[in-house]
Ligand binder design. Structure first.
Ligand code: XMP
Length: 533
């Protein structure tokens, strides 16, 4: 195994992720563990190497954190990244200077390929034959004098010591961030470290994660009971399946149907969790309540507030009921928080990460309910959560679903939400999604559902004129929306084949009485957003 000591960088979990991608088991622990802890951790002989993470950029100048000195006395390879390099230099007798101009962003590093870590790894060579790496840097301080025994491994113009190595002791350090994808060869470098230098066994698979996570959940929860808000989305579903695997009937899922879900979604969730997994699921049909409170409200943000607020109220009431009726103590609230949520809300594991934005709509809920928080997915990235879901036996269609907003169809019905509109929209949207799954792109063989990042139908509460048979119709309009994006911050509208659009349009107009016109949204984000509200 590999030990990653976290100095509070926003991207520490990316190091863990790269190690997992090399199929090696790793654990992230805070940098302030004691020397004794480190020695005990290594006592079973399974520890193959240590990685010292970066620190958060804005706290460089103030931080005095050090790695436990024992790390350098274990006889295993150590890799320092960014702040990890500086503390390694400092602790082993080199010199670090602060107060320099901050270097932030891309840099071209001259890589000295004579070290084991960087041998044959380069993006391109200069005319003089020097290997070069395109990397991502973010630092203010830098190493100005290497500790005894180290040789130069990498340099940039403004940072002459951008990498150093003591190959006798297998200590390596790089000033740039190898864990981020902007560093093109980063994955190769980290793989070289864990496989080539540490000689860790590449035998870790997602299935092993289940065993580890199950063990951890059992230990954490003991004999107490857990409740979880199941939404049918990927994260809460995978969390539910994992926790159920660990503690079975000690888990109660509460599924609040706000009446703004997709066609048959509620039944599918029940069928999967109650039916196939035999989990305890309480289904709350709260559509009257939600639609009642939404009547007459047309402002998008007001609608979001109502839906979010009611959701919390209904969930709280149900959770209280579950607490009352259970013989054992209900002590935990489980959530499908994943790592990107943790970063966004500034709660990265080592108390040190700096808050960027607090966005959790469930913030405060555990305290109000008097429950402790159980978040078994908080170290995983979205694609890892999906892989875990499949390994847990959830159907790939569920796990690889497009994201669906919390307020559901509430923000896809423009203006006031009515049951009639939601019913029409559900049926139209279902046809669109079915055909996206049916149509395959010839070049790639993939369905258009898989080729788009998010696709849905929007209900426009305006009527337009049409003809059907001998009669004139005067019915509602829907817009189809399909986008491609990697981060949902920017997005392009998808160039769906005309044959697909034609099929969807004719099916919706023929099968959904009440809709007589279908349009396709050809707006990119920015300036448009993905949703219409
Ligand atoms: P926009 O429309 O801002 O959407 O381009 C970006 C992504 O965020 C989703 N989204 C939401 N998700 N509650 C959610 O849980 C919301 O209120 C909400 N609004 C937008 C949207 O579906 C897209 O994936």
């Amino acid at each position: 195994k590999i030990l990653i000591l976290d100095f509070g960088s926003q991207v520490t979990q990316l190091i863990a992720r790269r190690v997992r991608e090399a199929h090696v088991y790793s654990e992230v622990h805070p940098c302030d563990v004691t020397d004794d802890w480190v020695r005990a951790y290594a006592a079973d002989g399974k520890l193959k190497g240590v990685i010292l993470s970066g620190s958060h950029a804005s706290v460089y100048e103030e931080t005095t954190d050090k790695a436990p000195q024992a790390v350098f006395e274990l006889g295993v390879p150590v890799l320092g990244i960014c702040y990890g390099m500086q503390t390694m230099a400092h602790q082993l007798g080199g010199k670090v200077e602060g107060g320099h101009k901050r270097e932030f962003g891309f840099a071209a590093v001259r890589a000295r390929g004579h070290t084991e870590l960087l041998r044959d790894i380069q993006d391109y060579a200069t005319p003089e034959g020097h290997g070069m790496l395109n990397v991502w840097m973010s630092h203010g301080d830098k190493v100005v004098e290497m500790p005894p025994g180290f040789k130069l491994m990498a340099s940039t113009e403004s940072c002459p010591i951008a990498g150093m190595a003591d190959e006798a002791r297998k200590f390596y350090a790089i000033q740039f961030h190898a864990e981020v994808t902007h560093t093109v060869q980063g994955r190769a470098i980290l793989e070289r470290f864990v496989l080539g230098i540490c000689k860790a066994q590449p035998d870790w698979v997602m299935r092993d994660h289940i065993a580890e996570a199950v063990e951890a959940i059992r230990k954490q929860v003991g004999g107490e009971e857990v409740i979880l808000g199941l939404s049918g989305g990927v994260d809460s579903s995978v969390a539910a399946a994992l926790i159920h695997r660990a503690i079975g009937d000690q888990l109660t899922c509460v599924f609040v149907d706000h009446g703004l879900l997709r066609l048959n979604e509620g039944d599918m969730v029940m069928d999967m969790f109650a039916g196939k997994l035999h989990a305890k699921v309480v289904r709350v049909d709260a559509s009257d309540l939600f639609l009642g409170k939404l009547a007459g409200v047309s402002d998008p943000e007001a609608k979001r507030k109502i839906i979010g607020g009611l959701f919390v109220d209904v969930f709280k009431a149900e959770a209280a009921k579950v607490k009352e009726t259970h013989s054992r103590t209900v002590a935990w609230l489980a959530q499908g928080t994943i790592y990107p949520d943790v970063i966004e809300s500034g709660g990265a594991k080592s108390k040190k990460a700096v808050t960027i934005k607090s966005h959790h709509n469930v913030g405060g809920l555990p305290e109000q309910l008097g429950l402790k928080l159980l978040e078994p997915l908080r170290d995983l990235f979205k694609d890892e959560v999906r892989e875990l879901g499949v390994a847990l036996g959830l159907p790939p269609e569920m796990v690889y679903r497009h994201p669906f907003p919390g307020p559901g169809l509430g923000v896809r019905i423009l203006g006031e939400v009515k049951r009639e509109y939601a019913d029409l929209l559900r049926r139209a949207d279902d046809i669109f999604i079915q055909e996206l799954r049916n149509f395959r792109d010839e070049a790639t063989g993939k369905s258009w559902y898989d080729l788009t990042s998010q696709a849905f139908t929007v209900f426009l509460p305006v009527k337009s004129v049409g003809v059907m048979g001998d009669g004139r119709t005067y019915d509602y309009v829907v817009a189809l929306r399909a986008v491609q994006t990697s981060d949902f911050m920017t997005a392009d509208w998808a160039e769906l084949p005309y044959a697909l659009l034609k099929k969807v349009s004719s099916r919706i107009i023929n099968e959904v009485r009440g809709i007589n016109r279908v349009t396709y949204d050809v707006s990119s984000k920015p300036p448009a957003t993905i949703e219409w509200e």
